[in-house]
Ligand binder design. Structure first.
Ligand code: NPW
Ligand code: ADP
Ligand code: K
Length: 445
């Protein structure tokens, strides 16, 4: 901000916001727009954008929800023909869009009663556009805090904030649109991989490779009671990303019938331990750890992790992580990033916490946004552990294996789903297609 004329960034932000609102409305002239305006620059963005839209023929009213507001921005709105008015109940169809400019990155979580009273009587069928973040969420934690607003579209500036990536706040954002305002940004403490990042990290077979140089992954999963978990972990491992898959466990016959490529015990470069192992989980974990290679620890084996495991990727869902940390599941769901980071410190390894947006805590934090809620289906987690194991065997460091595996898993779920329901088997089958698309788009093959 110091290098630019006063207000330049805010003008860029407000122009981007006005464009996004116009796109959402499919036009501006005659549209009815309500601005929820707080005391800071977030309210200033909303007011300036309202001015741009009013000049183009929209009917814009601002509800001033704090005792102070951005004076210059309100003056600009008034000059453009906008007005202020008192909050009132809005039934469906009463206005075309509500713009939430109450609080932005300067906010503490939660909403003051005056704001809550104004927004509760607004029909939930009126679209909400959040300026920067839905007001009231924990901007730098992604935690829900107390009360917060929800948006159909969030227009943010310069860079994504943690609240756009980390649940539960991310679920309140709707679609997130990033407006470039020309900021020169430092490295981020939280990252989200995109397809090009994954293309750069994925192991590629070289001309002189053979199956052993590409890495061998061993799967210890499934049992007489749960053979399916073994099959699905193998399906995730056996998608061609490692050179070979070994299986160790009591579902060996079933695994061989479905996956003729898979071989029995021997040397491996990485282990996957846990899905469906039931009473054998502790022994499988001890044997895998004794091999001193990187490993994925999932499902039944997670309860047997007591000491730090420096080469491991732990892949709990919220319930499993809660049990490991001795807290309530609700506490993990309210603050997933914090609990994943705590667990990574406690167990001295990478912790991948599964969910809508999966968080990977290790040397840094990465969040996966590539998935779809259709992935909430039995066995999808077993496929993930196998897939991450294959990437470990292929030579990726645990933090990269976990985050690249999670991205491929989400992208495969989204591709297989195409908007409809999927099974874990469909998901595993789609993984090679995702890798093929990456190869075509980014590797020039
Ligand atoms: N920085 C940039 O590069 C750019 C920033 N831009 C824009 O500026 C926005 C940030 O603006 P900002 O810093 O003025 O803070 P903002 O979020 O409007 O609110 C702070 C005010 O709210 C109050 N308050 C907070 N929480 C509260 C609560 N729970 N309950 C009650 N009150 C609460 C707080 O009070 P205080 O804490 O001082 O008591 C203070 O008065 C940013 O999100 C983006 O939209 C763009 O223009 C482009 C460039
Ligand atoms: N609502 C959701 N949106 C997106 N992905 C989800 C959602 N719920 C679950 N998933 C993903 O589906 C997988 C489920 O794994 P898990 O809970 O271990 O199931 P299982 O034990 O049946 O395999 C995880 O990768 C998780 O991230
Ligand atoms: K806001």
């Amino acid at each position: 901000m110091a290098t630019l004329p006063d207000g330049a960034l805010m003008q860029r932000a407000a122009t981007g916001l006005a464009t996004a609102v116009a796109d959402l409305l499919g036009g501006v002239y005659g549209r009815r727009i309500v601005l929820l305006v707080g005391p800071g620059d977030n309210g200033g963005d909303a007011l300036y954008a309202g001015g741009v839209l009013a000049r183009r023929g929209a009917s814009v009213e601002a509800w001033l929800l704090a005792d102070t507001w951005h004076d210059d921005a309100l003056a600009a709105l008034r000059r453009a023909g906008g007005r202020t008015s008192a909050p009132r109940p809005l039934r469906a169809g009463a206005v075309d869009v509500v713009v939430d400019g109450v609080f932005g990155i300067g906010a503490r979580p939660g909403l003051p009663p005056r704001v809550a009273e104004a927004v509760i009587p607004i029909s939930s069928s009126i679209p909400f556009v959040a300026v920067d973040v839905p007001s009231g969420v924990g901007v730098d934690t992604g935690e829900g805090g107390g009360m917060h607003l929800r948006a159909d579209l969030t227009v943010t500036f310069g860079t994504h904030k943690i609240a756009h990536l980390a649940d539960p706040a991310a679920q309140a954002c709707g679609v997130v649109e990033l407006v470039d305002i020309g900021l020169d940004l430092p490295p981020a403490p939280v990252e989200s991989l995109g397809e090009a990042d994954v293309a750069g990290l994925l192991p590629r077979p070289r001309p002189d490779d053979h199956k052993y140089t590409r890495g061998v992954v061993g799967v210890r999963a499934g049992s007489a009671t749960y053979p399916g978990a073994g099959l699905l972990a193998v399906a995730g491992a056996n998608t061609g990303l490692a050179g070979m898959v070994r299986y160790v466990g009591s579902a060996a016959e079933t695994v061989k019938q479905h996956h003729p490529e898979v071989v029995g015990p021997g040397r491996v470069q990485a282990w996957v331990v846990g899905p469906g192992t039931a009473d054998d989980a502790e022994q499988h974990l001890a044997e895998a750890v004794a091999d001193d290679v990187p490993l994925v620890v999932d499902a039944d084996a997670l309860g047997h992790v007591t000491a730090p495991l420096p080469q491991a990727v732990l892949t709990p869902h919220a319930g499993e992580l809660a049990a490991m940390l001795g807290v309530e599941r609700k506490a993990v769901e309210a603050a997933p990033l914090r609990h994943a980071t705590d667990a990574a410190a406690r167990f001295g390894c990478v912790v991948l916490l599964k969910g809508n947006h999966t968080g990977i805590a290790g040397e840094r934090v990465r969040i996966t946004t590539a998935g779809t809620p259709w992935l909430a289906t039995a066995g999808a987690g077993d496929v993930l552990s196998g897939l991450i194991g294959a990437l470990l065997a292929a030579g990726l460091a645990p933090f990269d294996a976990a985050s690249v595996g999670s991205w491929l898993h989400g992208a495969a779920g989204t591709l297989a789903s195409d908007g409809g329901p999927i099974t874990a088997t469909d998901l595993a089958r789609a993984i090679p297609r995702v890798v093929q698309q990456i190869a075509v788009r980014h590797w020039g093959l």
